[in-house]
Design a protein around this ligand. Structure first.
Ligand code: SF4
Ligand code: SF4
Length: 292
């Protein structure tokens, strides 16, 4: 099963929860960092990286000697990545979404594919688990195609062979990167905090992922700060509270030191083992329905 750990905003403790779940799952998992703009799961899991590759995206290049300046490519491109002004054709690779449409329709063969580097994909091991991550190139704005390539890499035998469950550390928010990360999951764990900002962004995440038909549950981090508005919202929305992680100095210190909090004390170990079991049970029907 694929479990996405998501949040409506950054800083809720989503990666901390992913790291702790991966060491508490009870069987081997692939822990995947899809927060490609700012990956940090590796800081907690400290994997041995065994492989990596560039993540490339196909973009067009023009051979002006073959171009008749018909403008079909420019009119087709929704993203304005091609301009044809009189007898000048300009391509803006950083705006290209790699759909390939212009390449397919150019009547003269003036457009041919080249590549733009999006970032890289790397993988390895972390204890008994496997680890996979994407990292967006500095200056690159388009993370969904890289997220797609990380998910494709999951199929590599040296990453997922013999492992049934995948934990996806999704990007924060509810825009395209978060949707790209969550869309292929069986269950979404929403990590929030009991503050007005936390509840506001939880509402957005719930709304966005409900339209994808994803079953969801909530982990309340820093339980004890703020107010109880988050509990009222969850009750009203029919969102189960899967676990509450207390607002505790020892947890904050362990997090700041890059420790996996499921390992810092017996109560935290037990909390994450219970959480893993709760998620497994909650996600099982969705997984069966999806693969039926
Ligand atoms: S579609 Fe092809 S021939 Fe027409 S303007 Fe674009 S590159 Fe030139
Ligand atoms: S590949 Fe698609 S997005 Fe990129 S320039 Fe061509 S039409 Fe535009």
């Amino acid at each position: 099963m694929k479990i996405a750990i998501a949040s409506g905003k950054g800083g809720t403790g989503k990666t901390m929860v992913t790291a702790s779940l991966s060491v508490s799952w009870g069987s081997r998992v692939v822990a995947v960092d899809l927060d490609v703009e700012e990956p940090n799961l590796h800081l907690f899991l400290k994997p041995d990286i065994t492989g990596s590759r560039d993540a490339l995206m196909e973009v067009p290049q023009a051979d002006e000697s073959k171009c008749n300046y018909c403008r079909e490519c420019a009119e087709f491109c929704e993203y304005k990545a091609i301009s044809v002004l009189g007898s000048v054709i300009m391509i803006f690779p950083e705006m290209c979404h790699g759909c390939g449409g212009c390449l397919a329709l150019c009547p003269t063969g003036a457009l041919t594919p080249t590549h733009r580097k999006l970032g890289d994909v790397s993988w390895g091991t972390s204890g008994q688990n496997r680890f996979l991550m994407g990292r967006l190139r500095v200056g690159e704005a388009m993370s969904p195609p890289l997220i797609h390539q990380v998910m494709t890499a999951l199929k590599q035998p040296d990453i997922s062979a013999g492992i049934a469950d995948v934990l996806l550390d999704a990007p924060p928010g509810v825009s395209c990167p978060a949707i790209s990360a969550v869309i292929d999951s069986d269950y979404v764990v929403l990590v929030t905090e009991p503050t007005p900002f936390g509840v506001f962004d939880l509402r957005l995440a719930h709304q966005a992922f409900t339209t994808l038909g994803k079953p969801m549950g909530v982990v309340v981090n820093r339980a004890g700060v703020g107010n109880d508005e988050v509990y009222g919202f969850c009750s009203q929305a029919g969102l189960p509270i899967l676990a509450e992680i207390p607002y505790d100095r020892a947890i904050a210190e362990a997090y700041a030191a890059g420790e996996v909090i499921a390992r810092i004390s017996a109560p935290m170990t037990a909390l994450f083992q219970r959480l893993a079991e709760t998620i497994r049970q909650a996600a099982a029907p969705a997984k069966e329905a999806r693969h039926a």
